[in-house]
Design a protein around this ligand. Sequence first.
Ligand code: SF4
Ligand code: F3S
Length: 106
Amino acid sequence: TFVVTENCIRCKYTDCVEVCPVDCFHEGENFLVIDPQVCIDCALCVPECPASAIYADNELPEGQEMFVALNAELARVWPVLAETSEPLPDAEVWEGKGDKLQYLQR
Ligand code: SF4
Ligand code: F3S
């Protein structure tokens, strides 16, 4: 399955949502997650993310491993987002900042 990782937090560009054929993205206040039970591994969303936040679960960058469980957990409680919307207002400021897990709103 594919996994949304830390660099999405406080950006939430949502370009990924538009291309997903199975609507497996779920939306929180400042982060999106992929439902691993629904993702068909098409990889279409990966190049769409301006923050390069989406990875295959077996190719995660070092330190991002906990996002596998976090995507699965939050996909169960957050609603599906099926259409692209505006990025968060200061998305560009936060893109690439690192250490953003502490800001995750749940
Ligand atoms: Fe959707 Fe494909 Fe991305 Fe999975 S890999 S989240 S199915 S676009
Ligand atoms: Fe997040 Fe990238 Fe999608 S920032 S909302 S994973 S386009």
